[in-house]
Design a protein around this ligand. Structure first.
Ligand code: ADP
Ligand code: MG
Length: 183
């Protein structure tokens, strides 16, 4: 079989990890060799597992840099899953290309936008080069419409702030723009 790149993107709480776990579980049922990676800095729920907000989980290998993914996935892997891809540097784009070129199915999940609505890290280039792109949506916690934005409640201006419902909420465009004045 031939390789390709799939990207699952969306805001926080949109179901990216759930969808990634669903696809990887199905690949395992089909007896394919699956490897899952996440950035080592994302230890919010578990050092090793990729865990979704509804507590689904799958064992993963935390890595410091994208080059480790290429080394560890090797040639014997059919499917490579990568969660929280926005936290990796731009070199992830070339690593995913190499894996796909050598015949691996690569499934990447990550935030397409940061808390200010700016394209996040390597995600724009991954979206541009993927054969398949899925954008999933959360529910706006203010009004119940589809949410594409991750609104930061915590007072910090760093692009990377690991957090949960204590630091972020999913919001639609109008409620994201309205900021503190809605709730
Ligand atoms: P992501 O990886 O995109 O952050 P997850 O797959 O970890 O998302 O979690 C999705 C789950 O989060 C949903 O199935 C739901 O149970 C829960 N959830 C909590 N808040 C929201 C919200 N505002 N909108 C949608 N789902 C939410
Ligand atoms: Mg997730």
């Amino acid at each position: 079989h031939r390789g390709w790149l799939e990207v699952i993107c969306g805001s926080m709480f949109s179901g990216k990890t759930e969808e990634l776990i669903r696809r990887l579980t199905r690949a395992r049922i089909a007896r394919q060799r699956v490897e899952i990676f996440k950035p080592a800095l994302d230890t919010r729920y578990h050092a090793q597992d990729v865990v979704s907000h509804n507590q689904n989980s799958i064992r993963s290998t935390p890595v410091q840099s994208p080059s480790e993914i290429l080394l560890l996935a090797g040639g014997a892997t059919d499917v490579v899953g990568i969660d929280e891809a926005q936290f990796f540097d731009e070199s992830l784009v070339e690593i995913c290309k190499q894996l796909a070129d050598q015949g691996t199915r690569v499934i990447v999940a990550g935030l397409d936008m940061d808390y200010l609505g700016r394209p996040f890290g390597p995600m724009p280039a991954l979206l541009a080069t993927a054969e398949f792109v899925t954008k999933v949506h959360a529910v706006c916690v203010c009004c119940g419409e589809l949410a594409a934005y991750s609104y930061r409640i915590a007072a910090s201006e760093k692009q990377i702030l690991l957090g949960e419902t204590d630091s972020y909420e999913a919001r639609c465009r109008p409620c994201f723009l309205a900021g503190e004045s809605v709730k």
